[in-house]
Design a protein around this ligand. Sequence first.
Ligand code: MN
Length: 232
Amino acid sequence: MSNSQTVFTPPATPLVPVEGRAEQFPVRRILCVGRNYAAHRAEMGGDERDPPFFFTKPADAVVPPGGAVPYPSRTSDLHHEIELVVALKSGGADIPVDKALDAIFGYAVGVDLTRRDLQNAAKAKGQPWDAGKAFDHSAPISAIRPAAQIPGGPPPQGRIHITVNGAVRQDGQVADMIWNVPEIVAEASKLWTLAAGDLIFTGTPEGVAALQRGDKVEGFVEGVGSLSFTVG
Ligand code: MN
């Protein structure tokens, strides 16, 4: 018996397709930025002096394009948060802002699905957000567009919006982020040693709202792409 054997088959690494490539992007872990757009921070009841912050989702919360997004258990207030996602090809600790773009493989469109009722209950009790944020299938994502293919050069700066059954729900500009993409990578690397395979959801503009079973969700980030799923 080799000591390299495991007591059961290790879980598969979650994979996200890459535009124009046969090879897929293996996901190591998922960091998310909270309250990174001023108007969303205000709608969540945040103080304008509060800086953005991070929370996490497990890597296997990712739903690649075409994957099922079931309505989750234990909630009656499932919210959409449309977000630009950064996909890392390298990492490290204490990455300087002016080196941060060098660590980025590409960009994707993601939705940070949120059990808002559970998140709000946790906030009220000073409890962790995991049940509200880090549940199964909570991170639908588009294919990743390599950074070199971002029109105008990375990082993306344009419109970010989401429609539900064809109606626009959130409509913002990536350029309005409080921490921009290089600052997010630099800040995250002060707290964690980043590595290839890390995804960072960069926060959502205002207009978050509830989804119902059967809703068709389409998300867009200008220059990056789009994603589409139906809430099962
Ligand atoms: Mn979010």
